[in-house]
Write a new protein. Structure first.
Length: 390
């Protein structure tokens, strides 16, 4: 997309719609995101993989007279990076030499200080929003509290600078400084604002304009109160520290994250990418390493493990599930004596035939061990049953 077309689109009312549609198509796209969201998205498997952004943040502090070590660490990182490239027989560009790179950063900082983020130079990310190019600009956006930055999709491979990489080149006390600064940056985020911006990225089917689930740990209210539901279902008597649990249609993942406090592994599946983004960012913020969120349709996703407990919260309607076939699949995913928590939709609307549906589910090989009802949002009355595999 050339610069004239970008300018034209940004001055039309349909610009946001075009970007949103392009993102959904999964092809080349441009998307405005908050710097905090992009920073938090650089985590995978419970680890932060872009400590180079932290070093650049510290270097910006040094340029602004706030740090004595920031520029020293920055130049040391550039030297280490060049040593690494040389060990891989890769060419080192002149502009990547430490004496030149610092000047580039100085100019970028001056530009950010006076003009803010320049949308003519979007950051490049892959389809998982992992940073491919633009770590200097991300560090500047974080330091100067930019409201949003523009990213575009790239087919190039992401670059990883995890803690192990720095341990190979930095002293122990220097690595500790990186970890301390990372925590400082993390704590500077207003996580509720970050999550709300993600939620507003597109119109949501659930939640009546707000979050569908609440997250009491970070003070987010929701249409359905997570902690209260957990108590109503009586999950403490079913979940234990050695369990693997599956949450089908996990929405923004707040219920999955609460269960993760009680079990060995919690897996959440959700079809909407925006909600998966919210779940993953919240996971990072809460430091829940025993959680996996997968984006996709449960009917099409292959699972390579079995579970001790499966949650199916008012999701069968959206899966267009034949209850007996659905029950058989969940039966096959459970360990011996495993259990399913099966919740209805509105008992007076979509699930008028709930008893019949529950009966077909039991035919798939389950015994009912508990039944109950709830009206947690004050509007919709639902039934639920806990069923054990036989």
């Amino acid at each position: 997309m050339n610069n004239k077309l970008v300018w034209l689109l940004k001055n039309t009312k349909i610009y946001k719609r075009i970007k949103s549609a392009a993102l959904k198509l999964g092809n080349s796209y441009e998307l405005n995101v908050s710097p905090a969201f992009l920073f938090l998205s650089q985590h995978a498997n419970g680890k932060f993989n872009r400590y180079d952004v932290v070093v650049r943040f510290m270097a910006i502090e040094g340029i602004n007279g706030e740090s004595n070590s920031g520029l020293t660490l920055y130049n040391k990182m550039q030297q280490a990076r060049n040593l690494y490239l040389a060990s891989k027989n890769k060419r080192i560009k002149v502009e990547d030499l430490p004496q030149n790179k610092e000047g580039t950063l100085q100019n970028l900082v001056a530009s950010f200080r006076s003009k803010g983020f320049n949308p003519e130079f979007p950051l490049k990310v892959n389809s998982n929003l992992k940073l491919v190019d633009g770590s200097h600009r991300l560090a500047c956006a974080l330091y100067y509290n930019a409201e949003s930055i523009l990213v575009e999709k790239s087919e190039s491979l992401e670059v990883e600078f995890g803690l192990e990489w720095f341990k190979s080149y930095f002293e122990t006390d220097e690595v500790s400084k990186l970890q301390e600064k990372y925590q400082e940056i993390l704590k500077s985020f207003d996580i509720k604002v970050v999550l709300e911006k993600i939620l507003r990225r597109e119109k949501q089917v659930f939640g009546r304009g707000e979050f569908y689930q609440s997250c009491e740990e970070i003070g987010i209210p929701g249409q359905r109160p997570t902690a209260e539901r957990y108590k109503i279902y009586g999950l403490d008597k079913y979940l234990s520290t050695g369990d693997n649990v599956l949450d089908i249609g996990c929405n923004c993942g707040f219920f999955t994250l609460l269960m993760a406090n009680k079990v060995k592994l919690a897996v959440g599946i959700e079809i909407t990418q925006t909600l998966v983004d919210i779940a993953r960012v919240t996971q990072v913020y809460l430091d829940r390493k025993n959680v996996q969120f997968r984006q996709g349709n449960f009917n099409k996703i292959k699972l390579d493990q079995n579970f001790d407990f499966i949650c199916s919260f008012a999701v069968h309607h959206w899966l267009d599930a034949d209850m007996k076939k659905y029950g058989k699949r969940l039966h096959s995913l459970l360990n011996s004596q495993g259990k399913v928590l099966l919740e209805s939709q509105n008992i007076h609307k979509e699930d008028l035939d709930w008893k019949e549906k529950l009966g077909r589910f039991r035919q798939a090989g389950f015994d009912e061990v508990q039944t109950g009802w709830l009206k947690d949002d004050g509007v919709i009355e639902r039934r639920f049953s806990v069923l054990q595999k036989v």
